[in-house]
Design a protein around this ligand. Structure first.
Ligand SMILES: C[S@@+](CC[C@H](N)C(=O)[O-])C[C@H]1O[C@@H](n2cnc3c(N)ncnc32)[C@H](O)[C@@H]1O
Length: 390
């Protein structure tokens, strides 16, 4: 079921008709909100219950089953809204796959505001059964739009900049959104399928001013400097290779450190770097000390806005959740995670947005987003206030 879109052969006109149909039949953000479906979290039990609530014969229900839940659908139903030619075309461009008289989506489509983002499914419903998709050999899944992607988006303190670099673009979410306010957007991902999906998503959303490169972080960039460097890098502790989109090395900060090390070469003097990440802390290691370590003597004003923090037990339970295939495996994974964290003496996991800006001296500031906040405060406003009061 692994899709690879034939980008150069995709007809923009037909794609626009497809998107218009999605909108016309209310496959939109608003519908998901009304149905109380959290498009960013996708809890397995919730997906099953949504599938039971929706009816295959009506729209937008059938579209939600097809493109959000991954459920199988009869072609006859789909023909109520798409012509036969359109269905054949969607099969040809690898968006749909036919099984006799039935059809399945090869990719998930998530609506966000007025945009649509395709990515791989990590779970899908198959004839009312929940199927957890494990990583196919030789293929790296494309990370679906998630809560952390949106947390970073809502924390960006300046979206109207000249030049943006999106490191680890995945489905192209930030690059595509910011292209409406930034002049020039460059996006990089090491996973060739991510670049293929992001390029497809740019077409899907009629976005033209983003350049996508396949490569390792700054490698594809020549001498350019950027006003904004943003990243939602892989940041989970990984002792062995698993998923490119989440393997952050033994301390979770391998890619994060490489991004920060590149800032003196790639960030303009007035530019910001904003990264969403988890930080793994032990009694002896503080966030400030970690920042000093990542910066390796470069002088930056660093602000960390924390969204939540957790002890290792809660963290083990919630982070192992995505690997759930059966209860034994779930239990094993929780125990393994706790034991690994204990071995490394980690006692706290903090999640939030790291913002860095060049300065004449190093400083570190921290604030929690949860708690006593004035009404109307957004993460971006809070972070901005640290830099305005310099
Ligand atoms: C957590 S996903 C984030 C995707 C997307 N930016 C978002 O916010 O939804 C991390 C992405 O980083 C990419 N990645 C991992 N290591 C990388 C590297 N060394 N260079 C470039 N991209 C990398 C992965 O392929 C994946 O697409």
């Amino acid at each position: 079921m692994n899709s690879y879109f034939p980008i150069s052969r995709i007809n923009q006109g037909k794609l626009n008709i497809f998107v218009d149909k999605l909108r016309h039949y209310y496959y939109i953000n608003e519908t998901f909100k009304q149905l109380n479906i959290d498009v960013l979290r996708r809890f397995p039990a919730e997906l099953l219950s949504i599938n039971y609530r929706l009816k295959s014969e009506i729209f937008p229900d059938a579209l939600i089953k097809l493109f959000f839940l991954g459920e199988i659908l009869s072609i006859k139903i789909l023909k109520k809204i798409f012509s036969s030619q359109m269905i054949t075309w969607l099969i040809n461009i690898k968006l749909l796959k036919q099984y006799g008289q039935q059809i399945k989506a090869r990719v998930m489509i998530i609506p966000f505001e007025n945009y649509y983002f395709t990515s791989d499914f990590s779970l899908r419903i198959n004839n009312n059964h929940l199927v957890i998709l494990t990583k196919p050999r030789h293929t790296e899944p494309v990370y679906p739009l998630s809560k952390n992607s949106v947390d970073l988006w809502q924390s960006l303190i300046n979206k109207s900049v000249d030049t943006v670099l999106d490191l680890g673009t995945g489905c192209g979410f930030h690059a595509i959104l910011i292209s409406s306010t930034a002049k020039k957007v460059t996006a990089v991902d090491i996973n060739p399928r991510a670049i293929n999906f992001a390029s497809f998503n740019a077409l899907l959303n009629k976005v033209k001013n983003v350049t996508f490169f396949k490569g390792n972080l700054y490698k594809p960039i020549n001498r350019d400097k950027f006003d904004l460097i943003l990243a939602n890098p892989p940041y989970e502790i990984s002792l062995k290779k698993r998923y490119l989109y989440e393997d952050g090395g033994p301390l979770g900060d391998k890619i994060l450190k490489e991004i920060i090390e590149g800032l003196p070469n790639y960030l303009t003097d007035r530019g910001y770097c904003q990264i969403v990440t988890k930080i793994f802390l032990s009694r002896k290691v503080t966030k400030k000390q970690l920042s000093i370590n990542w910066l390796n003597q470069a002088k930056y004003k660093v602000v960390f806005l924390e969204f939540w923090n957790s002890d290792i037990y809660k963290y083990a339970a919630t982070s192992s959740f995505s690997f759930l295939t059966n209860i034994d495996e779930f239990e094993k994974k929780i125990n393994q995670t706790i034991s690994n964290l204990q071995k490394m003496r980690i006692n706290n996991i903090s999640y939030g947005i790291l913002t860095l800006k060049k300065s004449s001296y190093f400083s570190f500031h921290e604030k929690r987003f949860i708690g006593f906040l004035p009404i109307n405060s957004s993460p971006a406003k809070i972070i901005k206030s640290f830099y305005n009061n310099q």
